[in-house]
Design a protein around this ligand. Structure first.
Ligand SMILES: [Zn+2]
Length: 70
């Protein structure tokens, strides 16, 4: 099922194991990490006209680069 036009997606990131996922429907977002089940999950809304790059570096940690979709 496609999301409604204009509805933001939700990006979920586990702060413990760095599991991450993008949900198109925020009612399906879990509050526990499905991988380590102990992590604190952070969520970021992603607007339909935004894109982002997710990166993980052992020195710098998690890096998210948001950009306007061209
Ligand atoms: Zn986790």
């Amino acid at each position: 099922m496609l999301p409604k036009p204009g509805a933001p997606s939700i990006f979920i990131l586990c702060e413990t194991c760095f599991w991450c996922a993008t949900y198109l429907d925020k009612t399906k977002v879990t509050d526990r990490c499905p991988k380590c089940s102990a992590g604190i999950l952070s969520s970021f809304p992603i607007m339909p006209d935004e894109s982002f790059v997710f990166g993980y570096d052992t020195k710098r940690g998690v890096e998210l680069d948001f950009a306007r979709r061209k």
